[in-house]
Each structure stands twice: as C-alpha cells, then as structure tokens.
Design a protein around this ligand. Structure first.
Ligand code: GLC
Ligand code: CA
Length: 530
C-alpha cells in the first residue's frame, strides 16, 4: 500500500467558539481563526479539524445543525470559509470538517415541517416519532436514555390523536435523531459530503458514527443483555459508510474519513474499518487511562492489534472538546508547576513525546500546546446542555471546563481573545498561559510542542510504521521504533523514583536535566538511538 498524506498526520482541533473572536461578540469566528493562522503554522501541524461550522442555534454548540449547506453567520460567511480553506492550503495544512449525521437541530427545516405541517405529513418520516405508552401515551415509547441524561424522548405534537406522540433524541431535545431508514436522508448526506468536498475540504470527522440506525422495533434496553445493542451500532450503518467511502474516493488528492465510534466490543469496531469503509477511528483510551505504564502498554498494544487486523493506522489523542483537559487529568495539582515541583510538567511533556513517537495519526486539541488546565467554570456560567440534564445528585459538571477560550495576549483584556465578554469566563491566572508569554520563552510548553512536532516532521523514525518490543516493567514503558538505518528506543518512567539508564546516544529527553544525567526522572521520557 502506498503512502497517503494522512498516514502520519498531526491534526490540530479547533473549537470554533473558543479559538479567536475577531468581531467582538465574545465568540470565536472565521476571521479570528484566519488572524491566528500563524500560530497554527508555527506549531507545524499537517491538518486542522474544525468542530461544526454550520448554521446552528448552538443548543449543543454546533452539534445541532440547522443547515448543512452553509456557515454559521456568527462565525462568518461561506465566502470567508472558502478563503480560509485557501489560506490553510497555501500553508500546506489540510482541513477536516465535522459532519453530524445522527441528528439535526430542531430548527432544521425538516423538523420544522414535521412539527408544523400536521400529523402524518411526509417530513415526519425523516424522524423517529412514536406513540407513547401508558394511559393516553403519557410515558415515552421505550426506556432509552439520552447520552446527556434523562429520557431520550420528548413530546411531539399529537394533532388531536388519541395517544401522546414522542420524538427520539439520543442527545439534547434540540437534537432530534434522523430516521436513516428513509432514503431522503441518505441522499441529503451524500449531497452534503459533495458540497464540502467540492469546496476543497480534505475530509470529515464523523460525529457519533456508530449512531444513525436504531434496532428494529425500538426494543427496550432492559430486554437486551447489553444495552448498547438497542440504540447504537446497527448493521445497516456499514452500507452508508461504503457509499461515503466511494464518494470521497472520487476526489484527488485523497480525502479522509475518521469516525467517532463507540462499540460494545472490539469485533464490532473492526466492522467500521473494513477496507471499503472508514479510514480511521479515534482511540479514546488515553482520555481515560490512569497514569500506569502497564495501562499505557496495554492500550498501545490493543491499538496496534487493531491496525494489524484492519490495515487502518491508529489515531492517538490525549484531549478533546468533550473530556477533561489532560493537564488536569495527569497533573491535578497546579502547585506542581512551581520550579521545585516539575513532575507535572515533565509528565505532560512526556505524554506528547510518547504519542508523537507512535505510528499513525495524532490529534491535538487547541490549548493543550499552552498546557491549559481544565477550568473551573462557576455553575451559573455553565452552558453545556449536558450539565443541565444531570440529576441534582450528579457530580458531572459537563464539558465547559475544557472549552474556555484561548489566551493569546497577556497584556490585553480577556487575554486578547475578545474585547467583549467571552462566552465562558476565563478563570484567574488564565493570562499567564498566553501565547504572547510562551512564544518568547524557550522553555515554554508552546515551544516544546513546536519542537517535538517539528522533530516528527523531520525524523522518519518517529513517523515510521515499524514498532516492536512494546513492554512495561517496573513502571517503565518502552518500545523500539525503526527505519532502515535507525533504531530508537523510547523509554518513559511512570514511577515516582529515578530510573537508571544508559544515556549514550540520547536524542531527546523531556526534563530539563542535563542530557548526560544517567537516570530518568519521575515522569520523564527519553528517545535513545540504539
Ligand atoms: C459528539 C461530540 C459532542 C456532541 C455529541 C452530539 O460526541 O463530540 O461534542 O455533543 O456528539 O452531537
Ligand atoms: Ca465573534
């Protein structure tokens, strides 16, 4: 198989609302992104992934799409979007869009027609609308629950019928699920793909790719041994991805399809990665992995096995817009950043160096290059629909804490993100992470990210597909990467004590110890030529 431009790509995720606000409404936009393109270029990434860009009432911050053929006016116009694609392409950076096929916004014309054109109107067929159960249909049709909490059904106008009707939404009520058994839906999404591919988009990240179809008859989850089988991951979905793959394969240069896929078993995941379907699936295991060398070894091993079985290169990621920022997952004590407590900093650097030395694709999330922690957003400022659907006893606060806007300039109000009120408040000390400070500091996290990304561009062994001896013992993770004329051992110390090692031929290490020190400090990683 020949080399593809996506094989070892480093992709940088842009959360629109939080990246850069140019028109001063407190929310990021296309003009802001274009104004900060140098930041991305200097990072040295191969591609960006844009969270949903489409017109949306922003009930789930863009994952509730009301028109798939345009750009959210708050972000800018289609013309600006086209110019932005050119900007990135001119710098050799590919652009991945988000596509949201499982559900639309309740403001989408289809749902609006279904709601307003009277019972039995054809638009109702585009959604999953059922009679309720119990007297008068007072209870939802089945026991399914929304990913954001609460029932996955909300009342639908019943137009004088005997029973209350309900519509299905596996997420927020503002996100009605589409009925993928209707061919209109197929056709619509094929047109959407072409619309954006024709504009030069280099591929799609498919939102909830295991969704779309539901089990026939919408059986209660409680009737199934495993709950996943009723609401998700139905066999019909694979024909859709076969069609989508054919469409993207018509384009040159190669386009890319990556799924956000959750399945009950590994075997089920394999089905999405058949040669005629998606190119890749995210691996989310590092987003939930404890600090443990055995744990990381197992996850790496599982991912390499999956690659072996499918031919689809792995995808490594430490953070995204749905999860707690990995600074806070792995180094919860901010105090640990003090000069005499560098372990957190070393761990954080090592995690990047680790994934950058693994074969396949890397997804970074905006702000991680600044070592942004999870922000503590006061409850009254929270915006995530998932927060509002929790029961009072829940500890889950939703996802706002990883979505607080980027700090650009320490000398400006709101760290240069906006002149007006940012859509989520920046906590105390947020200015200290600013790009303006880190840019000139050779020891900053930003410059560390730049240098490791740059190294991966140049060093073939880092991108190489050839990996073996993935091992963990005594809290030390190690593996070997190879090219024809180079062999490099990657060693990472997960323990709390120094680990003696033979430091001859060390290429890089992630602490500021003298390169000649013959021990790895706690949390430290080294690349060693062997
Ligand atoms: C995906 C997105 C998440 C969104 C959800 C519903 O999980 O990553 O942000 O809320 O789908 O579209
Ligand atoms: Ca704006």
């Amino acid at each position: 198989m020949g080399h593809d431009r996506w094989d070892s790509a480093v992709v940088y995720q842009i959360y629109w609302r939080s990246f850069m606000d140019a028109n001063q409404d407190g929310i990021g936009d296309i003009a802001g992104l274009r104004a900060r393109i140098d930041h991305i270029h200097q990072l040295g990434v191969d591609a960006i992934w844009l969270n949903p860009t489409y017109p949306s009432p922003q009930g789930d911050h863009g994952y509730d799409v009301s028109d798939y053929f345009d750009v959210e006016p708050m972000f800018g116009s289609l013309e600006e979007f086209d110019r932005m694609i050119d900007d990135f392409h001119q710098r050799g950076i590919m652009v991945l869009m988000d596509i949201v096929p499982n559900h639309v916004s309740s403001q989408h014309e289809w749902f609006q027609s279904a709601l307003t054109e009277g019972a039995g109107n054809p638009s109702e067929e585009h959604f999953i609308i059922r009679d309720g159960t119990g007297p008068g249909g007072i209870n939802p049709p089945n026991d399914w629950v929304s990913i954001f909490g609460g029932p996955s059904w909300s009342p639908f106008p019943s137009s004088g019928r005997h029973l209350q009707r309900w519509y299905l939404h596996m997420f927020d009520p503002c996100q009605p699920d589409l009925n993928w058994h209707h061919t209109d839906v197929h056709e619509r999404f094929e047109n959407i793909l072409r619309f954006w591919l024709d504009r030069g988009v280099d591929g799609f990240r498919i939102d909830v790719a295991h969704g779309l179809f539901k089990a026939p008859g919408l059986p209660n989850r409680s009737g199934f041994g495993d709950n996943w089988s009723a609401c998700w991951d139905q066999p019909e979905v694979h024909d859709i991805y076969r069609k989508w793959r054919k469409i993207v394969d018509e384009y040159e240069p190669s386009r890319f399809l990556i799924g956000e896929i959750h399945t009950a078993t590994r075997e089920r995941l394999l089905e999405y990665l058949r040669a005629d379907q998606l190119h890749a699936a995210f691996d989310f295991s590092f987003l939930h992995q404890d600090w443990s060398s055995d744990g990381f070894r197992d996850r790496i091993g599982a991912n390499l096995d999956l690659w072996n079985d499918t031919g689809c290169l792995p995808v490594w990621t430490l953070s995204n817009h749905d999860e707690i920022r990995h600074w806070s997952r792995y180094a919860p004590l901010l105090a640990d950043r003090s000069p005499d407590g560098q372990v957190a900093n070393i761990r954080y650097r090592s995690l990047l160096a680790l994934i950058m030395a693994l074969p396949g694709r890397i997804f970074l999330y905006n702000g991680e290059e600044l070592a942004l922690p999870q922000a503590d957003v006061p409850d009254e400022d929270r915006q995530d629909p998932a927060f509002f659907r929790q029961t009072p006893d829940s500890d889950y606060k939703g996802r706002d804490g990883c979505r607080v806007p980027m700090p650009w300039d320490a000398n400006l109000p709101n760290a240069g993100f906006t002149n007006s009120e940012p859509w989520l408040p920046m906590p105390e000390g947020w200015h200290d992470y600013s790009v303006s400070i880190q840019h000139d500091d050779p020891n900053s996290m930003l410059n560390y990210y730049r240098s490791v990304i740059q190294r991966r561009r140049i060093e073939d062994w880092m991108k190489s597909d050839s990996i073996d001896e993935v091992e963990s013992s005594s809290d030390i993770l190690s593996f070997v990467k190879k090219t024809e004329n180079k062999r490099v051992r990657v060693l990472m110390n997960f323990s709390d004590s120094d680990f003696p090692f033979d430091n001859d031929n060390t290429i890089m290490r992630t602490s500021d110890s003298d390169i000649s020190d013959s021990f790895l400090r706690p949390g430290e990683l080294a690349y060693i030529e062997i």
